[in-house]
Ligand binder design. Sequence first.
Ligand code: UD1
Ligand code: CA
Length: 451
Amino acid sequence: MTIASIMLAAGHGTRMKSALPKVLHPILGKSLVLHALSAVENVVDIPPVVVVGHGAEDVQTAIQAGAKHEVHFAVQEPQLGTGHAVMCARELLQGKSEQLIITFADMPLLTQASIERIIQLRQESQSVMVITTVMSEEPRGFGRVIRAEDGSVIAIVEEVDCTPEQLLVREKNTSAYCVDANWLWKSLDGLKPSSKGEYYITDLVAMAVAEGKRVSAHILEDPVEGLGINDRVDLADTERALRMRINRDWMRQGVTFIDPWSTTVGLDVSLAQDVVLQPNTMLYGNTSIGKNSVIGPNTTLIDTQVGENCHIQYSVAESAQIANHVTMGPFARLRKGAVLKDYVHIGNFGEVKDSVLGEGTKMGHFSYIGNADIGKDVNIGAGTITCNYDGKEKHHTQIGDNAFIGSDTMLVAPLKIGKNATTAAGAVVNRDVPENTLVIGVPAKPKERKD
Ligand code: UD1
Ligand code: CA
């Protein structure tokens, strides 16, 4: 049976108290509506329809920029409730599918597996409509699911309309539906406005039952899937729940988290077996960590690839590449284009940008290396600086294998230092240094070694 989907994203989101439309608020760097789309986009036979209204243009632009597949849009103006929002998709979808999935853009943690489950349940149970629910000790704010004595679902009643008895019901409506499309398009016209003048999608349940049709409920095993975002407290709770879902997945795949509650692993990060993440570690973007590497505590890596057996602590790296057996930190910083080869060591207060540090090179303390190519087994003394910027342009520094750069050397680029060369402590080097040569002084000059 062909499947289409409608996602509601037109509401005001007043309780967010924000200039940004609610569904564009991000969790783990991705907007709520894009999270919500990922549960349906691989299930449908035709492009999902998103109903936009409040902030329509911004919402549409953000979806077009971020969605993996084609998405169509219906506009709801004015916003007269969730039932009315579905009516606005009629032109695009009536007659196009046999079943419809209806979800809300403010429910980012609902999974594709649950959507597949309600599709299956509708067929098995011969229902016109399947609703999703959660059993909750705190159903406040949600529509309550009313069942008959035999357990069958007979209505969803919005909290404002609940009798005192209905308010005690613990089963709440989480707003993901699978419906018979023909029945839906026929029945929508029968919806009556509520006391607030809104058309409620939830009223369809009682309508179906009155027609003698069956409505079934799928109780979500993981209540986290039913989290809906109305305000910023929900936003923070939901982000934490997503973080824990991701972290648990990685733990099951062989990654150790010393303190999962303080550790953030982004959606596109990949981690190898026996990686250890220490507290307060944050991994974002296209970051990957190889086998046995220990990251953290207090480390942020963005779009950075780390190899095997590395140890990185109290450090920050962005758009960097780190090979194997590298040790870094505490308090090191890699910026765009930093490449550290095997066995590099960067100690406290080292900064590297647009530079390659060759295998075994050591940079223990207080150094800045920018726009440089540094060979193997180079020693970069404390306080070394590549003076790469003359106020207008960046210049390049090249240092050969086994060179020894003395403490507090200023390397005034453009500059080439040959293999096995040495710069004395405090040298200001503004001329190229040949291989096997010691330079000393300000400005630095070659000197025969007599000692
Ligand atoms: C809705 C349900 C309630 C359920 C709860 C679960 C109704 C009447 N009530 O209530 O039973 O327990 O969700 O989270 O459906 N929207 C539109 N157009 C509108 C109104 C809303 O597109 O005119 C969209 C919003 O952008 C949002 C979603 O629908 O994504 C839900 O709207 P919201 O106002 O948050 O509904 P609830 O009051 O939470
Ligand atoms: Ca809501």
